[in-house]
Design a protein around this ligand. Structure first.
Ligand SMILES: [Zn+2]
Length: 70
């Protein structure tokens, strides 16, 4: 069951980790500190400037799952 949430609609979504990684490498070369993370809410990949762990845990909680690590 795929859901979306506000943050999913507002963010660019990448279909695969490879696509997200390529974009992250490009941006990091330009000095943008950004990391891709997998989103359990929509099943796609997004980018974040924040700690990917914190974002991932928020997404897990939103999806009704327990946070995996803190
Ligand atoms: Zn998402």
């Amino acid at each position: 069951m795929r859901k979306t949430r506000k943050s999913c609609r507002e963010k660019k979504r990448y279909a695969s980790q490879a696509a997200a990684n390529r974009r992250a490498v490009e941006l990091n070369r330009k000095g943008v500190r950004i990391k891709p993370y997998w989103c359990p809410v929509c099943g796609g990949w997004h980018m974040t400037h924040r700690s990917p762990t914190a974002v991932l845990n928020e997404a897990f909680v939103e999806a009704g799952l327990a946070p995996v690590y803190v």
